[in-house]
Design a protein around this ligand. Structure first.
Ligand code: 8Y7
Length: 276
């Protein structure tokens, strides 16, 4: 995948308890239809997950997670042309989902689970390494950093080093600061404003901001009322150099990014405005 323009990753949660769309797409046929619809709306990647990472969420068993995601991966890959990403931290789920047709791994645990580095190295597909402080069950309990941008960046660099050491190729890696994963509103905004520093590590950067509670904090709104805020955050992330935006609302996000792209192209082509 090239990143000449920002790519849109559509979220497909096959869970009963994800915060925004939990239960909505728990039935496989409904999840599949939603995946097809996001592809039609212009998603560049579909991210299928069977374990909620919402704050306070409880882990699910391996078998339960496989039962949730595999039928959806298997069917969707024949119904859409866009690559499918598997959102999991479990090496067994990574392997089975890739065998079933997934072309990318999205791991909120950054391949820290036992066996995950080896599995990802063997499969050779792109992997998103995300930063999280704590675990979903406790991560929003008093998150704390001395310097959030430096700490997240050092963590991601250490995970890159571990991945390369385990035999992953540099061109497999995507980095993500993990908005909302063990972060206060201030931490999230600092990371957003310094996203260019993560981009400076030299890997594509993924940003997941869609409908997150940071918007609830700013807007005092419920998650179904956060679309405009989500689009604003998507634009800000892309202006800071993000390559992939993970969202629930594919069509509006594609439109927002198209408008941004048109404005940026115009800026580049207007000699009087050139700064460099
Ligand atoms: C993110 C994510 C979630 C994110 C990446 C939600 C699975 C919570 N958020 N993966 N997953 N980045 N890479 O709000 O920010 O969708 S789950």
């Amino acid at each position: 995948m090239t990143f000449d323009r920002p790519r849109v990753m559509g979220v497909l949660n096959v869970t009963p308890d994800s915060f925004f769309d939990g239960a909505r797409y728990f039935e496989p046929s409904v999840a599949i239809a939603h995946g097809v619809s996001m592809a039609e709306q212009g998603a560049d990647i579909l991210d299928i997950g069977g374990e909620s990472a919402r704050p306070g969420a409880q882990p699910v068993s391996l078998q339960e997670e496989l039962d949730r995601v595999l039928p959806v991966v298997e069917t969707l890959r024949h119904q859409v042309e866009v690559p499918i990403s598997i959102d999991t931290s479990k090496p067994e789920v990574m392997r089975e989902a890739v065998a079933a047709g997934a072309a990318m791994i999205n791991d909120v645990n950054a391949l820290r689970s036992p066996g995950a580095l080896t599995a990802a190295a063997e499969m050779g597909v792109p992997v998103c390494l995300m930063h999280m402080q704590g675990q979903p069950r406790n991560m929003q309990y008093e998150p704390s950093y001395n310097n959030v941008v430096e700490e997240v960046s050092e963590f991601l660099q250490a995970r890159v080093d571990a991945a390369l050491e385990a035999g992953l190729r540099p061109d497999q890696l995507v980095l993500d600061p993990g908005f909302g994963f063990g972060k206060t509103l201030r931490h999230n905004l600092e990371l957003l404003n310094s996203l260019d520093k993560l981009v400076g590590l030299g890997y594509p950067v993924l940003a997941g901001l869609s409908r997150k509670s940071m918007l609830g904090r700013i807007l005092k709104s419920e998650d179904e009322d956060r679309l405009a805020g989500s689009l604003t955050l998507a634009i800000l992330a892309c202006q800071q150099g993000a390559h992939i935006i993970r969202v629930h609302d594919v069509e509006p996000t594609r439109q927002a990014l198209q408008v941004l792209e048109a404005a940026e192209l115009e800026q580049e082509s207007e000699p009087g405005r050139r700064t460099a």
